[in-house]
Design a protein around this ligand. Structure first.
Ligand SMILES: Nc1ncnc2c1ncn2[C@@H]1O[C@H](COP(=O)(O)OP(=O)(O)OP(=O)(O)O)[C@@H](O)[C@H]1O
Ligand SMILES: [Mg+2]
Length: 279
């Protein structure tokens, strides 16, 4: 067990649960169960009254206003909304890159508010693969080494991580480009390297913030087909996009406006899928 913090102490006194769906740290400690190893079959993501306020000193900006949302394991979700509506704010919180100001984010049943920075980076490394609009690859570093990097943090042995990085690059169709530097690859190829990197530690949750924003239509379709395939294999995939054509690949569309969740709808093909599954 990691160091006990004041925040956790407060959580123990106050006691926070997810209305029976999430388990508070206090409850886990009472049951003497380890923080992460317990299989949890509730929703992968649950947000309760989640608020994000950016305090820039002079003014406070409300990034997200009381969001309540559940995403089940294995869902394929698009997040849409005009510029400034809070999409990236939400993604950064879902990806444990930022914390909510108020409310709760339960990831795999665990309240992330109870976690120390070390625990958050550990959970990020093991449970979340993040894909960005601008790829965020390390320049002057080969595609292979870029994909290996998260495994280095996860202390995977050198031979295993090279073997897995090669397999992942094959998987995204870049087996022949392993030694290429990012600036020797096209935009679509760079994004495929970034997806391979996001998959390095086999995370259950893949978050992509406008992954096709810098790509042409053909490359965008390739990237979305890759996400569809990952979703079919069981991953939970959440994609931010401005384009209806991109959102049409997913099963569920969440629309944001001015920091609020405006609508939550199922795409036609996913309703068809549910009906087909039911028969
Ligand atoms: N670091 C920050 N400091 C202050 N305000 C911020 C910060 N990041 C975002 N905001 C504000 O929060 C609101 C939501 O921003 P966010 O980046 O989540 O929008 P978005 O929906 O991702 O927009 P886009 O489509 O342009 O990427 C905006 O009003 C923005 O100005
Ligand atoms: Mg954004």
């Amino acid at each position: 067990m990691k160091k006990w913090t004041k925040k956790q102490d407060a959580a123990q006194k106050g006691g926070s649960t997810a209305g029976g769906l999430g388990i508070s740290l206090r409850e886990r400690l009472r049951r003497k169960t380890p923080l992460y190893q317990e299989p949890y079959d509730g929703p992968l993501i649950k947000l309760e009254n989640l608020v994000k306020i950016y305090d820039t000193g002079a003014i406070k900006v409300l990034g997200l206003k009381k969001i309540n949302l559940t995403i089940e394991r294995g869902e394929f979700v698009a997040i849409m909304g005009h510029s400034g509506s809070g999409k990236s704010t939400l993604m950064n919180i879902l990806g444990c890159l930022d914390r909510p100001t108020l409310g709760h984010y339960y990831l795999d049943g665990i309240d992330t508010a109870d976690m120390t920075p070390d625990q958050l980076s550990d959970i990020r490394n093991r449970k979340i693969g993040f894909v960005f609009q601008s790829f965020n690859l390390i320049s002057r570093t080969s595609a292979l080494k870029n994909v290996e990097l998260p495994m280095t943090y996860a202390r995977v042995s050198r031979s295993k991580r090279t073997e897995r990085a090669k397999a992942l690059l094959d998987r995204v169709g870049l087996g022949g480009r392993r030694e290429h530097m990012p600036n020797e690859l096209s935009g679509g190829q760079r994004q495929r390297v970034a997806i391979a990197r996001a998959l390095a530690n086999q995370p259950p949750l893949i978050l992509a913030d406008e992954p096709t924003g810098n790509l042409d239509t053909a490359s965008s379709v390739e990237i979305m087909e890759l996400f569809s395939q990952l979703h079919k294999e069981g991953a939970t995939v959440v994609v931010v996009t401005h384009e209806e054509d991109i959102a049409a690949f997913t099963d569920r569309v969440l629309r944001f406006s001015d920091g609020q969740l405006l609508s939550d709808t199922l795409n036609d093909h996913s309703q068809g899928k549910e009906t087909a599954d039911a028969h």
